[in-house]
Design a protein around this ligand. Structure first.
Ligand code: ADP
Length: 425
């Protein structure tokens, strides 16, 4: 069976968020890191290609997004989804509007929606205005974002400033009447020459109704919320297997390890809980800066322990300790020294037979995934909100499958490192 839904996300964690939503809604999903070089398996319903195009120059963002679109078209996708942040992170130059228009042109369509709403996370749209919790986007912390400051909550105005076409609104009065009314309003807006419809949404029922109304649109542009409402269309058309377990992963065995380069508060608690129960090796940035072969020491220390139980390697430290390191080594140098060492340890561990690996920290995960030559991730069962188990997709098909859990710093309960293994079926 061909892939049904092709998604292009403008950053990595946004891609993970979307992929997780699709799996929950019953679509077997993989997330690819950048535009893939090769085709993927045929037991997949949705592919999310994660780019880093949110703040890159507009022309680069367009070129990358079009390359992703071409790959997804070749994979057989019937509908396409451009995923951006639920706070509509962009500037008057883009990149949301220009990328969406380029995708529309390539797909030969003149109409799509723009809906960053994600009510369970407090992102709602009313009369075209985006709210973050109880306040307007323009009154939220996003006003002071270093790269994409959002000083206007009117999505109609914000998007209109970015595009050549015309933006209209499907407001709450229409959305609350359901899919048929929304579809009729799409037609009216198109007759009025509109190319984009900002769609109000206050709750998940609204997202379901908007999703149903979008069944025939070649392109949908949205946050991850609309992912709730799209799978039903494929199911109704008989294009999804009924009652399938979308989060099943191929079996992975092997040894278990955790690598933590996150210094976030949640991770500090998780490291402390793990250290009480299992062996743990501390990575000292000063030793790294000194030129000590910490990686070799860490891998040698592992022997005799990892065969019996999961082991932890951590650079995680208190804010004071991190500040002291950064004061001496510089912020960037400290970061890259630690990331490189943890990535090298991950590589050594896999060579040693580790088949199930948890990584804590966004940047740390990026470094580890790169070192392991991971091209993509098949999304499996969720450990805690926003953190699923995955299996690595690599070009080297002779390799044993590796299960990876990539945890953003502040995610997960204190016992995350202890309980995660139990979620791997
Ligand atoms: P998070 O998701 O919590 O932000 P990241 O991995 O994205 O975690 O970022 C943490 C950064 O801090 C990484 O660049 C990592 O190398 C660095 N780091 C980790 N431990 C230390 C330490 N003890 N001293 C200085 N920097 C550290």
């Amino acid at each position: 069976m061909a892939v049904r839904l092709g998604c292009i996300a403008d950053d990595f964690t946004g891609g993970t968020d979307l992929a997780g939503m699709l799996v929950k809604a019953g679509m077997r999903t993989v997330q690819m890191i950048g535009v893939p070089q090769e085709p993927i398996g045929d037991d997949i319903d949705a592919v999310v290609i994660a780019l880093k195009s949110r703040t890159s120059p507009v022309d680069d963002a367009i070129a990358e997004s079009l390359a992703a679109l071409r790959w997804l078209q070749q994979a057989g996708c019937q509908q396409f989804y451009f995923k951006y942040c639920s706070t509509f992170d962009s500037t008057p130059k883009g990149n949301i509007g220009p990328v969406a228009e380029a995708l529309m042109q390539a797909l030969g369509t003149k109409f799509t929606i723009a809906c960053p709403a994600f009510p369970v996370n407090g992102r709602t749209i009313y009369k075209g205005h985006l709210f973050v919790g109880d306040i307007l986007l323009s009154d939220s912390g996003m006003r002071n974002h270093p790269l994409t400051p959002m000083s206007d909550a009117s999505l109609v105005r914000v998007l209109q400033a970015q595009i050549k076409g015309k933006v209209g609104l499907v407001d709450f009065n229409v959305v609350s009447q359901g899919a048929k009314a929304i579809k009729a309003r799409f037609e009216k807006l198109q007759a009025e020459g509109c190319n984009f419809a900002i769609t109000d949404a206050l709750c998940n029922d609204d997202l379901m109704a908007i999703g149903a109304a979008c069944a025939d649109l070649p392109l949908v542009t949205a946050g991850s919320g609309i992912a709730l409402g799209l799978p039903q269309n494929f199911r109704q058309a008989g294009l999804l297997v009924d009652n399938q377990v979308a989060d099943a992963l191929p079996a992975t065995g092997g040894l278990r390890a955790i690598i933590s380069g996150s210094c976030s508060i949640a991770t500090q608690g998780q490291v402390a809980a793990m250290r009480e129960k299992h062996p743990a090796f501390n990575i000292d940035p000063f030793e790294l800066a000194h030129g000590t072969d910490v990686v070799a020491e860490a891998l040698a220390w592992t022997k005799g322990k990892i065969e019996k139980e999961p082991v932890l390697f951590y650079a995680t430290a208190t804010p004071e300790a991190v500040k002291a390191v950064q004061a001496q080594l510089g912020v960037e140098k400290a970061g890259s020294l630690v990331e490189d060492a943890l990535a090298a340890i991950a590589k050594g561990l896999v060579a040693m037979g580790v088949g199930q690996l948890i990584v804590a920290g966004g940047e740390t995960s990026g470094a580890v995934v790169k070192a392991l030559g991971v091209d993509g991730l098949r999304i499996g069962p969720e450990i805690d909100p926003g953190v699923p188990w995955t299996t690595a997709i690599t070009r080297d098909t002779t390799r044993r499958p590796i299960a990876l859990a990539l945890k953003s710093g502040n995610f997960g309960t204190p016992d995350f490192f202890l309980k995660a293994w139990g979620k791997l079926k």
